[in-house]
Each structure stands twice: as structure tokens, then as C-alpha cells.
Design a binder for this molecule. Structure first.
Ligand code: FAD
Length: 373
């Protein structure tokens, strides 16, 4: 293979989805894959995906291939502040929708995308040396936050390190989750329990617990029993008796934006272009929205316009830059609000939660933004 229309670098969820989306337009796509590292730990994460992401995965014929236990609907969400009784509840019923989100097994989704890519006649899987010899009209960089190609293009990744890390793990609870996601917002940690059906249907949760790095290191050093006890203290037993059902994994957290998202013959998508805090569960949703937008811009291009044309690629950037920036600001703002330990700030944020909870139209509007409907 000497030439492809698009070379996609990075075969994570964003890269594989892009390869499939472009192949559906009849383009020939090279997908550069990296051999999995032998020492890589299994990914224990489960992602909260919104309606737009699910629609994209459906259109790529991947969603319906997921086994039932790998995708769990969320019907309700209970968010607690750091004062007694300060809380906000979201429900699919109130929102007049089937579900608020789906919690999806990260490695299973990646695996199903991998099968779809292998069966797509327009996608050519290229190992590192082969990929370097292939000519492409457009190179799409989906290499994640540490993208080396982005760096070699001289694009800066303007990054603010939160000094926090997230602990992810799978848990099993003594009580059924009933499709309810729970989140505790306080200073200095944010803890989320996402309802999940694996390993035990109806009784599992995916944990995402973000904390200052030193506290995170202490919790990672505990044995499983002591960690479960710390978790029970943090959740006050409100989600039942919790025990670990997987190893724990840790991710350093930062917010970042690339200084440029495209140039002649190249474009950035997913975490290679932007990084947000996982508290709102939006990083991959933003990346999949990038995929949908780029595919749509390419499909709608003038017949004479080459894929490498920067004017074409700027249409994609115009569509994606603002919503991505806004999501970064919202998550950052929430974090800052809950990081303030002054009593006045504490009272204000908890009253704010209560107020939003009482004003149904505001709550509906906020939920609709998060659902991307
Ligand atoms: C704890 C945690 C929980 C999260 N929860 C959610 C959630 O609930 N919902 C949500 O929407 N998002 C969530 N996210 C964010 C989500 O994980 C990321 O946004 C998403 O994985 C980004 O996908 P990506 O394909 O852009 O990058 P990656 O997943 O990083 O994939 C990049 C791929 O490129 C490969 N690669 C790297 N360099 C090269 C190279 N030079 N050549 C070829 N290949 C290369 C890598 O090996 C990898 O396979 C969470 C993140 C964390 C840390």
C-alpha cells in the first residue's frame, strides 16, 4: 500500500471510530496501530457516554455488537454537595428521555471497535514501519494526550495540572444500583459511582475518585480491605456495602488544549486536541463529537476541494473549538467552586445546588446540555 486518502494515527476509541466513519464515506483509510505493551495493566474504566456518542457508535454498527453487560443505562443521578441535605437529582423521566447516559465498558468497546475495523474493507491496519511509508492526503492525529506527532509538528499542548489524580476501579455493592449514578462533590475530592452490570449484574459500580495526589498515593498504598473501608467512609454507606472487584488504577488529571487543531494536511481529534477533568464524564464524548463533525465536514465538501485543504479542516475546528472550550470551562469552574474551603463559598455552592434542584426548567436545560440532545 503506497497511498491512502486518510492516515489515522492512534487506534484508541477516537481513532478507530474515525477510521470507520471515514470508511463509510468510501475513503481509503490507513490506521496506524501500536502493538499493545506487554506490561499494560487492564483498563478498569467504564465511560459515561451521552446520546450523541451512542448515536455515532450505532451508525458505525458497533453499539449493537456490545454484549448486554458492557452497556448499562443510567436513569437517575444523585449529586451531593458538602453540606447536609445539599443535593441535586436528575432523572430520565423528568427529562422525558429513555436514559440519561450509558455506562460502557472501556476495554469491551475498544475490542468491538477493533473487530469492526478489521472487517472493514476500506480500513488498512498499518504497523509502525509500514505507516511511515504510506502517503496520505490527510493525517488525522488521534494519539491521545501525549501525542508525539503533535509535538513534532510544533503544536503546543497548553496544560494546567490539577495536582490531583483519579482512582478508577470496579466495585460490587450489597444493594442493587437501580440505574442510579451517584456523585459526591466536596473539597478536596470528587467521587463518582457509575451503575454497571459487570462483574455482577445490577450490583456493580465503576468508581472514579479524584483526589489530591498525596491522598491518592495513600489510598493506592492501602490493601483492598482498608481501601474499601475508606470508600465506605467517603460514601457513608449510601450506596450499600462496597467491595473491590478489580485492581485499582490511577490517572493524573489536567486540563489542556492544543494551540492549533489543524494545518495543511493534518488535523487533531480527541485527547490529542483537548483534555478535560473526568468529573463530568465528557472527555470521550468530546472526542466522538470531533469524529462526527470531521466526517460530516468531509462528506459535505466541494467535489474539487482536496482533503488536505486547511480551509476545509478549519470548518471542523470552527464547529468543535467552542463546545470543547466551554466544557473545559464548566468542569474547571465546578472544580474551583468546590475547591474553595472558605465557609462563605461553601454555603454559596450548596445553596446553588439546592436552588438549581428546585428550578425544574434550569435543571432540564442543564441536563439537555450534558446529554447533548
Ligand atoms: C479516570 C477517567 C475516567 C474517564 N471517564 C470518562 C467518561 O466517563 N466519559 C467520557 O466521555 N470520558 C471519560 N474519560 C476520558 C476518556 O478516557 C478520554 O477522553 C478518551 O479515552 C480519549 O480517547 P482518545 O482515543 O482520544 O485517546 P487514547 O484513549 O489515549 O488513545 C490514543 C491511542 O493512540 C495510541 N498512540 C499514541 N501515540 C501514538 C503514535 N505515535 N502512533 C500511533 N499510535 C499512537 C495509543 O497507544 C492509544 O491507543 C475518562 C478519563 C479518565 C482518566
Amino acid at each position: 500500500m503506497k497511498h491512502v486518502d486518510v492516515l489515522v494515527r492512534g487506534a484508541g476509541i477516537v481513532g478507530q471510530s474515525l477510521a470507520l466513519a471515514l470508511a463509510r464515506l468510501g475513503l481509503t483509510v490507513g490506521l496506524r496501530t501500536d502493538a499493545p505493551r506487554a506490561d499494560a495493566a487492564p483498563d478498569v474504566r467504564a465511560y459515561a457516554l451521552n446520546a450523541a456518542s451512542v448515536a455515532l457508535l450505532k451508525s458505525l454498527k458497533v453499539w449493537d455488537a456490545l454484549p448486554a453487560h458492557a452497556a448499562t443505562p443510567v436513569y437517575d443521578m444523585h449529586v451531593q454537595g458538602d453540606a447536609e441535605g445539599a443535593a441535586i437529582d436528575f432523572s430520565a423521566w423528568e427529562q422525558r428521555t429513555g436514559e440519561l447516559a450509558w455506562i460502557v465498558d472501556a476495554p469491551v468497546l475498544e475490542r468491538e471497535l477493533g473487530s469492526a475495523v478489521r472487517f472493514s474493507p476500506h480500513v488498512h491496519l498499518l504497523a509502525a514501519p509500514q505507516a511511515e511509508q504510506v502517503q496520505a492526503d490527510l493525517v488525522a492525529l488521534c494519539e491521545g494526550k501525549a501525542s508525539a506527532t503533535r509535538e513534532s509538528l510544533g503544536v503546543r499542548f497548553e496544560r494546567h495540572d490539577y495536582g490531583h489524580s483519579a482512582i478508577a476501579a470496579r466495585l460490587v455493592s450489597s444493594v442493587p444500583h437501580q440505574g442510579t449514578a451517584r456523585q459526591w462533590f466536596r473539597s478536596p475530592d470528587v467521587l463518582a459511582l457509575l451503575p454497571f452490570d459487570s462483574p455482577e449484574p445490577q450490583h456493580s459500580f465503576a468508581l472514579v475518585w479524584s483526589l489530591p495526589r498525596e491522598r491518592c498515593a495513600e489510598l493506592m498504598a492501602l490493601d483492598d480491605e482498608a481501601f474499601a473501608a475508606a470508600l465506605m467512609a467517603a460514601t457513608r454507606g449510601e450506596a450499600g456495602d462496597l467491595r473491590l472487584a478489580s485492581p485499582r488504577a490511577e490517572w493524573p488529571l489536567a486540563i489542556a488544549q492544543a494551540s492549533a487543531w489543524c494545518g495543511p494536511g493534518w488535523v487533531l481529534l480527541g485527547d490529542a486536541a483537548h483534555l478535560v477533568h473526568p468529573l463530568a464524564g465528557q472527555g470521550l464524548n468530546l472526542g466522538l463529537a470531533d469524529v462526527a463533525a470531521l466526517a460530516q465536514v468531509i462528506e459535505a465538501r466541494e467535489p474539487w476541494r482536496p482533503l488536505s485543504d486547511e480551509k476545509l479542516l478549519r470548518r471542523y475546528v470552527r464547529e468543535r473549538a467552542l463546545p470543547t472550550w466551554a466544557m473545559g470551562r464548566v468542569t474547571d469552574g465546578l472544580l474551583n467552586l468546590f475547591a474553595q474551603s472558605a465557609p462563605g463559598a461553601r454555603e454559596l455552592r450548596n445553596r446553588g445546588l439546592d436552588l438549581v434542584n428546585r428550578i425544574t426548567p434550569v435543571k432540564r436545560w442543564l441536563t439537555a446540555r450534558a446529554l447533548d440532545r
